[in-house]
Design a protein around this ligand. Sequence first.
Ligand code: PLP
Length: 372
Amino acid sequence: MAVYLDHNASAPMSREVAEELRALLLEMHGNPSSVHQSGRKARARIEGVRRRLAKELGGQPNEITFTSGATEATTLVLSSLVEPGDHVVCSAFENPAIHGALAALNARVTYIRGDAMGRLNPADFQAAVDETTALVIVMMAQNEIGNIFPVKDIVTSVKPVPVFCDAVQALGRIEFDVEELGIKAASVSAHKIGGPTGVGALWLKAGTELKPTIHGGPQERGRRAGTENVVGIAGFGTALKHLAARRADSKRQLGLKKTLIAGLLKTIDGVHVHGDLEKCLANTLSFRIEGVSGELLLQALDLAGFQISSGSACSSGGLEPSETLLALGLTQEQARSGLRVSLGMETTNNDIDEFLSTLPGLIARIRASSKA
Ligand code: PLP
C-alpha cells in the first residue's frame, strides 16, 4: 500500500463521507430548482450545507456562493472587486488561481515578499497601498511552506482597502472567523477537507456587489447560474461535519512533523527546511536536499510507494520552480530541489518511520548517479 503524504493537494475522503456520498448519489436526483418533493429535498440539503459552512467561517448563509472550487471562487471575487487596470497589493505566496485572475483583469500588481522564512510584515502592505488600490490579497495559510500569515494585522494596516483571503489550506486546520478578521471575502475548497473534488465556495461580505462570471438562471441568488452540484455540495457538508475532529488531530500531526524534521536532519546531509516553523500549519513541511533534484526524488519515492509533492510545477512543457520557494530568495536550482510533505488524519507513526528509513537509500542513489 502506498503511503500518502500529499494531503495539501487533496485530503482522502473518510469511509463515512464516501458512504454518505454513495447514498446521496442514489437519493439526490431532484433538481433543486424544481418545486416537487425531490427538488425540495435537494434544495433543503444545499441550504443546510450553506448554513453549516457559514457558521464554520463565521459569516452568514446568504454570503456563501457554491462554486466548482476555490479557483472559480477566486475568479468570481476578483472579477467583482477589481476593475481592469486597477492596482492590487498581493502577497508573493498566492495560488496560481490569483495570478491567473489578476492577469486576466490586467491588474497592476504590487507583490509583497516576506523574509527568508516567508514571514510577511503588515507594514509592507501598508506601505504598498495607495488611494488607487482596489484590493489586498493574502492567504491564510500557505499550501507549500505552511506559513500562517498575519491576516488580521494586514487588514488593520491597509484599512479601508478590502482584503480577500484564500482560506483553502486553513479550513479544518486552524480556527478563524471571517468577521473577526475583518476581511471582505474568502475562498474554500471541499477536497482539502476530505470532501469531494470539484466543489468549493466563496464567502463574500453582505452588501458587496458580486458580478457573475457564469450567466443564465437565477441559481445561487443570481450569482452563479446553472444547476447546482447537489451531491458535491452535500458531500462538502458531510466533510464539514468532521472538521472539529480534523482540527483536533493537528497536535498529533505536529508531533509527526517534528519526528520527520529531526529524522531528516539526522540521517541526511544537506537538508534545508523552508518556511516559518513557529507560525505554521501542523501538517506541512517543505524542504530541499542539496544537490538532489526534487523531481527525481519525487519519482523515486513514488516508485518506492511514497506519494509526496515537489516544489515545481508543470508549465508549458517544462518544470518551473515554485514561485513560493523563489519568493523565499532561493535560486532556481535550489527551488527545483524543493519537496513538500503534507500529513493528514490518516498519517501514522509507521508512515513517517518508513519514509525516513527509505529516503537515505534513494538519495544516495540519486547523488551517485548524478556524479557518474
Ligand atoms: N488555493 C490554495 C491555497 C490551494 O492549495 C488550491 C489548490 O491546491 C487552490 C487555491 C485551488 O483550489 P481548487 O482546486 O478548489 O480550485
